[in-house]
Design a protein around this ligand. Structure first.
Ligand SMILES: C[S@@+](CC[C@H](N)C(=O)[O-])C[C@H]1O[C@@H](n2cnc3c(N)ncnc32)[C@H](O)[C@@H]1O
Length: 177
């Protein structure tokens, strides 16, 4: 009897693990196809991106593919901004919400589990991106079409095909509309 119970518990755990892995892989693959795979920006680069963004109090700041929320958390600590993140991956979305709450920034940062391709960019003052080269052309067109004049785009790692950056430093490119 004891052996049967243990077998059922092990079977249940194995199925839960398999289901969890399948859901995890689904979201990772979905996000990778839609935008970029997850890779968190290193702390030193996060700091550089925030410095180059020169955030001002009252700005609406967005991270397109906000991962675990580290850029928005650093931004909200640097200035009195409203941070908005869009993240497709369910696990990163949930984890970032926990991190934001733990940092005591729940009233300053909102994260949505939504594709940034479906969001109009007209209301943002600063945009952070860390995409993948083959999505940069599409993003350039979207941002050129939707951003207001003067808005800054801070890109980690990759450049737009046509738009010229105003700053290029340590693999970070800053664009101004
Ligand atoms: C390279 S990571 C950058 C994470 C974070 N911004 C950072 O710098 O640490 C790209 C993120 O974008 C997310 N992503 C990819 N396509 C997306 C889409 N269409 N809408 C929202 N998030 C997306 C991925 O799940 C991933 O977390």
């Amino acid at each position: 009897m004891f052996n049967i119970i243990i077998s059922y518990i092990l079977l249940f755990l194995a199925l839960a693990f398999l289901l969890g892995s399948a859901v995890f892989m689904f979201y990772r693959t979905y996000a990778m196809i839609s935008g970029a795979p997850y890779a968190g920006t290193k702390k030193v680069r996060v700091n550089k991106m925030i410095e180059l963004a020169n955030l001002q109090d009252g700005q609406r700041v967005v991270d397109l593919g906000s991962g675990d929320g580290r850029i928005l958390i650093a931004a909200a600590r640097a200035a009195d901004i409203e941070g908005i993140g869009y993240e497709l991956d369910l696990f990163l979305y949930l984890w970032s919400k926990i991190k934001v709450k733990k940092a005591g920034l729940g009233d300053k940062i909102k994260i949505y589990r939504q594709s940034y391709w479906s969001v109009n960019m007209r209301d943002f003052d600063t945009v952070f991106i860390f995409l993948i080269p083959y999505k940069m052309k599409r993003m350039e067109k979207k941002l050129q079409r939707e951003l207001r004049p003067g808005v800054k785009v801070v890109s980690h790692g990759f450049s737009f095909p046509n738009w010229q950056p105003v700053i290029k430093e340590a693999r970070i490119l800053v664009y101004q509309k």
